[in-house]
Design a protein around this ligand. Structure first.
Ligand code: SF4
Length: 488
């Protein structure tokens, strides 16, 4: 089980780059203020930032192991009522390629995962108003009946909010209504709630990119409701689009504050009085909280957002000065409004590898109450993902058998367990398979490690590409070219 700690003191009078402050943050003895976090994100020398983030990571996770999980990302439906302009995955029911998987298809996918030693499914979908609560309950019960050993990490706050809208559960407020739905899903077999749909919390950004998606407040309240039921959740952030740097820190700040609240309210194992008084909800150990934070840059292909011009477009600088519109609008308290810059929401600022590493390192230092920081090789590629292990990340995420959402937006990196283990080992750590709550299941320090069983990496790569081509139904050569181009 992971460990977390209570908030250390802030030192707002100190400069963000004060070596004493950063050393104390790395030991978990000081907390960065939002202003200090923003200063580090924008201005700290990259490798210095990485060095302190790495020190913080080693303080929590030690020097030896870095982890991964074997799971399968199952997107049960792509039909969705929302209109997020960064999304290349959603369809409306009338589209020729809309789908909702049958139960048997889902079970088959989980069976394949189980056969390779997988421990978890990440099951998310669009917000599909045609699916009833019973459809979800029967699905979860069917999964648990067939695969009791598989952890079901399922849905996301936007889906939960739509469940509340679709199913009209009892309750005086959003937290109670969400908890009613969550309690039933949990009883049926849902184990934890992933942090999808976080995007950027600041209202000015969120209202531009996530039409029809829940507000930040609703997202955070949903997670709080899950925590009140003793569930573990993760948090995410998608950056590198129209947002400013202060928006990223504001986003981290909200997760940190709600994590403090979860630890304060549920970290003692006490059942909250309002849950205890609800006979429909089974009493249980509480202690739910965020276990992990994963951030990644926006993937533009096939999205409406990706068609916006990059900043600066010709003539922008002369007309508007050199401040990126998102930075002109963003505020550390989330209060920025679109009228602060005429081109806000009309220009993009992509995040490359350096910006990604800066953001991940800042998240490790700033979010002192989050146990795991994940490196996003899925969007950044295996080698930046590997470097991320020296910029605060302790976890390489998932060996993905399947991924549909990011790949719809043009990113098709694909790694198997042997490659993931090799990346971790080549970075100087021992790879270790973990479960959903970051307990280590297997430490791969012997000759039987997945990467050490590979005698010929060229042959291994060729076999993997052929398997992918067979699976996708695309001619092997064409698929191999596509994958080679994307994965190196
Ligand atoms: S990101 Fe999710 S909620 Fe938004 S349109 Fe896509 S599937 Fe729907």
């Amino acid at each position: 089980m992971n460990t977390i700690h209570r908030p250390p003191p802030e030192h707002p009078a100190l400069d963000a780059r004060d070596a004493g402050l950063l050393a104390a943050v790395a030991r978990g003895q000081a907390r960065l203020t939002p202003e200090q976090g923003l200063d580090l994100l924008r201005g700290a020398p990259l490798h210095e930032l990485g060095r302190y983030a790495d020190a913080r990571c080693r303080d929590i996770h030690g020097d030896t192991h870095r982890t991964y999980v074997i799971d399968r990302n199952i997107n049960y439906t792509n039909i969705c009522t929302a209109k997020c302009i960064f999304c290349a995955f959603k369809r409306v029911k009338e589209d020729h390629d809309s789908y909702t998987l049958e139960y048997e298809e889902l079970y088959e996918k989980i069976g394949e995962l189980s056969a390779i030693g997988g421990t978890q499914i990440l099951m998310q979908g669009g917000m599909n108003s045609e699916l009833s609560l019973d459809w979800y309950l029967n699905l979860l019960a069917g999964i648990k009946e067939r695969f009791p050993h598989i952890h079901v990490h399922a849905f996301s706050p936007p889906e939960m909010i739509e469940f509340v809208n679709f199913f009209d559960p009892p309750g005086a407020d959003l937290i109670q209504k969400t908890r009613w739905v969550l309690a039933r899903l949990k009883d049926a077999g849902m184990d934890s709630l992933p942090g999808g749909g976080g995007e950027i919390f600041a209202p000015a950004v969120r209202s531009k990119i996530g039409m029809g998606k829940c507000t930040a407040e609703a997202w955070l309240q949903t997670m709080y409701a899950a925590h009140s039921l003793g569930m573990f959740t993760s948090a995410t952030m998608m950056f590198g689009h129209i947002e400013g740097y202060a928006d990223r820190v504001h986003h981290m700040r909200l997760v940190r504050e709600w994590q403090d609240k979860a630890i304060r309210d549920f970290g003692t194992g006490q059942v909250p009085p309002d849950v205890a008084g609800d006979p429909s909800i089974k009493k249980q150990e509480t202690g739910g909280h965020y276990t992990a934070f994963i951030s990644w840059p926006f993937q533009p292909d096939n999205t409406a957002l990706g068609r916006l011009p990059e900043w600066p477009k010709e003539g922008d600088l002369g007309r508007y000065g050199d401040a990126f519109p998102g930075d002109a609008v963003s505020k550390l308290d989330g209060s920025g409004t679109k009228d602060l810059h005429p081109e806000f929401g009309r220009r993009l600022r992509y995040a490359g590898a350096t910006d990604y590493l800066r953001t991940q390192a800042t998240s490790r230092l700033f979010m002192d109450n989050i146990y795991s920081i994940g490196s996003s090789w899925v969007t950044m590629g295996p080698h930046v993902g590997q470097v991320g292990l020296y910029y605060g990340a302790n976890d390489m995420g998932s060996v993905m058998m399947e991924e549909n959402v990011v790949s719809s937006a043009g990113t098709t990196y694909c790694l198997d367990e042997a490659v993931l283990c090799r990346l971790i080992r080549d970075a100087g750590f021992t790879p270790a398979q973990r479960n959903n709550v970051y307990d280590v299941l297997t430490v791969h320090d012997g000759p039987d490690a997945p990467d050490r069983r590979v005698a010929d990496w060229s042959d291994h790569r060729a076999q993997k590409l052929q398997a992918q081509a067979d699976h996708s139904g695309i001619e092997g050569e064409a698929q191999a070219e596509l994958t080679i181009g994307r994965s190196d």
